[in-house]
Design a protein around this ligand. Structure first.
Ligand SMILES: [Zn+2]
Length: 323
């Protein structure tokens, strides 16, 4: 724009009525927001390599939609920092930071949609795209005393248009009332450093737990759990040091250190936090577990910028959650 036109534009601001002034203000804020988000994503993308052939030999290739574009010298394809990430092909970039704040605050899909001025379907899509990478960010090892416990959820087809069973009245009095075929087990392992691992199982058995636990635990780990058959079998077969709490004797602490109070507190807080969603579909349960685990990792003081940057990380989503 020419200098004299800018002077005219600035001069006309005083003459605007309140409606026009607000429209202009919104347009400027929107542009600022897009620029801020783009800069945040451009500056925090880590080491850039070609998403197609993984080559490190790349060159800058201009800007588009405020995002830096690159070209791979090997395969000659162009890309930006969002290519092959969960945030690729999402629109309305200027509202992503506000949406990250909604995630941080644990808002429901409809409330987040209203706050960001997007459709509820967009809000739903954004939620699961933003949480996709959180599934990958789990501790690889736990150390010291590891408290282990499981939580049973009822299978939910929420949102599905084809039910494979008869509709039932909502809710069960307790997990014991859930029919065995409708049970979904979530395993929680938490060490005293507050590192938490979780996973979902359709069949809860020592053999199914083994792949997770054998990589998660070290030989110095003290495995603390109640004397449930699955844990007893796993620790016996794999020679894991086991601090056992007897359920019939109602033992809650043994030798001052053997207890599962931390993991029980984590599970209780998670269930309270999930009440706001009024039930979640089982196929998305892992996203909610990851969402809560991410919040807990930061003691619920994660910044909105961090939520957005973690959502961009290019690790691919693993769909094999059930065994
Ligand atoms: Zn390439």
């Amino acid at each position: 724009m020419r200098a004299r036109n800018i002077v005219k534009l600035i001069a006309s601001v005083d003459k605007l009525d309140s409606r026009s002034y607000n429209q202009l203000k919104d347009a400027i804020e929107k542009r600022d927001s897009i620029k801020f988000v783009s800069r945040l994503l451009n500056e925090n993308c880590g080491d850039i390599s070609c998403p197609y052939c993984k080559s490190q030999s790349i060159q800058k290739w201009g800007m588009r939609s405020d995002m830096q574009r690159y070209r791979c010298k090997e395969c000659r394809r162009t890309f930006n920092t969002l290519t092959s990430t969960p945030l690729a092909y999402l629109h309305k970039k200027g509202r992503w930071l506000e949406y990250a704040k909604c995630l941080k605050d644990g808002l429901s899909i409809r409330k987040a949609a209203a706050k960001c001025g997007v459709h509820k379907n967009t809000s739903f899509r954004w939620r699961h795209r933003f949480l996709q990478n959180a599934n990958e960010i789990k501790p690889g090892k736990l150390s010291g005393i590891v408290e282990v416990n499981e939580l049973i959820f009822a299978w939910s087809d929420k949102g599905s248009k084809k039910l494979r069973r008869k509709p039932r009245k909502r809710g069960y009095k307790s997990p014991k009332h859930i029919p065995p075929k409708s049970r979904v087990f979530t395993l929680f392992c938490r060490d005293r450093g507050k590192n938490t691992f979780d996973d979902i199982f359709y069949r809860f058995s020592a053999d199914n737990l083994k792949p997770d636990l054998s990589t998660l635990l070290t030989k110095d780990t003290l495995f603390c759990s109640q004397n449930k058959a699955v844990y007893m079998k796993y620790t016996k077969e794999n020679s894991v040091r086991h601090g056992v709490l007897s359920i019939p004797k109602q033992e809650s602490v043994k030798k001052d250190v053997v207890h599962i109070k931390n993991v029980e507190k984590y599970q209780f807080d998670l269930q309270v936090w999930m009440v706001r969603f009024r039930g979640v579909a089982t196929k998305y349960l892992h996203n909610y577990l990851s969402w809560y685990r991410e919040m807990d990792e930061f003691d619920f003081e994660i910044t909105t910028e961090t939520v957005l940057i973690r959502a961009m990380r290019p690790e691919r989503y693993n769909t094999n959650h059930f065994r």
